[in-house]
Unconditional design. Structure first.
Length: 344
């Protein structure tokens, strides 16, 4: 029998190690950001703090990662003594292309900066870079690139080996600047003065006296309303009785008028005017009664005036009733009048 030839483990190990080396080499040379991969670098100058940006932080275009940060430095501009933070980014042009041409967007940008075209087509159309928050927990930032056509093109013009892309202030920078411009110290002093004023007002004797007077006025108002509740029912009942009496008087007067209407027209007109006056008084009394029913607050002068009005209506009603009775008993009194000896 033939024996199976053993495979040397060193050969297997060599193949495995070689495969790993080839894989790593392929990633290093041909992978994203590799030595042989086609990438383009640009520089962006920021004036504010770039805390949260690190080497390797992503560069995104509307959320799509198109590159990463390669360098972060500090540069002093002697003219004006300004500090800038130049951020060198590396973009993979294979991530997106320009529609209608074989050139990618990075080639177009490069041509616009270094080539004969000085119009800066993409930058002029609004291509800008800004810092944005990548993680709220860690505070890491990233570079966001997008089209902002309404923003101005601001370039530092500093010496660099890479074309410069304009940067804009992020929403975080704008918010931070807004908070810095708020006069917190002045607002705090004003708030303290307001608190002190309120404390003095509360602890002053004037406010205590005012509260006591208000409490006393409230108690007096409650007492007045209670007395008014007690006084209103009798007044209403009296007014109802007066109205009933007035209605009876009107009925009697109307009957008398019908009886003597054909005899004395002039007196009839005067009597009808009297009846209309009594009717108007009764209607006014009815309105007053309705108002009294809904009355929630009044003074003593009004009650006195109401009592006087009721007394006047009662006297008028008695006079009309007496006149009607006399005319009904003796119609001739309208022709000859009352004799001096007759009883009134």
């Amino acid at each position: 029998m033939n024996r199976r030839k053993k495979i040397d483990p060193r050969v297997i190990g060599s193949f495995v190690i070689g495969a790993i080396i080839l894989t790593v080499a392929g990633l290093l040379f041909f992978g994203p950001g590799g030595f042989l991969a086609e990438t383009k670098r640009y520089v962006i100058f920021f004036e504010s703090s770039v805390k949260g940006l690190t080497i390797g932080s992503p560069v995104r275009f509307r959320g799509v990662k198109i590159g990463q940060i390669r360098q972060i430095n500090v540069r002093l501009q002697t003219q004006g003594f300004k500090f800038y933070i130049p951020i060198v980014i590396e973009i993979d042009p294979s991530k997106f292309n320009v529609d209608g041409t074989d050139q990618n967007i990075v080639d177009v940008i490069k041509a616009s900066v270094f080539g004969d075209d000085s119009i800066l087509p993409l930058v002029k159309k609004g291509l800008r870079a800004e810092m944005r928050l990548d993680s709220l927990v860690t505070g890491q930032l990233y570079i966001n690139m997008d089209m902002f056509p309404d923003t101005p093109i601001i370039l530092t013009g500093g010496n660099s080996d890479y074309p410069e892309l304009p940067a804009i202030k992020s929403s975080l920078e704008v918010l931070s600047q807004t908070f810095e411009e708020i006069p917190l110290k002045e607002m705090t002093h004003r708030l303290m003065r307001i608190i002190e004023g309120v404390d003095k007002l509360i602890s002053s004797s004037t406010i205590n006296d005012t509260l006591e007077n208000l409490n006393e006025a409230t108690n007096q108002l409650n007492i007045f309303l209670q007395n008014l509740d007690k006084q209103l029912p009798p007044v209403v009942e009296s007014l109802k009785a007066t109205l009933e009496t007035s209605q009876q008087t009107l009925q009697t007067a109307d009957s008398t008028m019908k009886h003597i209407d054909g005899k004395i027209e002039g007196f009839s007109e005067q009597f009808e005017q009297t009846v209309r006056s009594v009717t108007g008084a009764a209607n006014e009394a009815q309105v007053v009664m309705e108002q009294i029913k809904g009355l929630s607050a009044a003074d003593s002068d009004m009650l006195k005036q109401l009592s006087l009005t009721l007394e006047e209506i009662n006297r008028t009603a008695r006079a009309v009733r007496y006149l009607s009775t006399e005319i009904e008993n003796d119609p001739q009194i309208l022709l000859r009048g009352r004799m001096n000896g007759e009883t009134k």
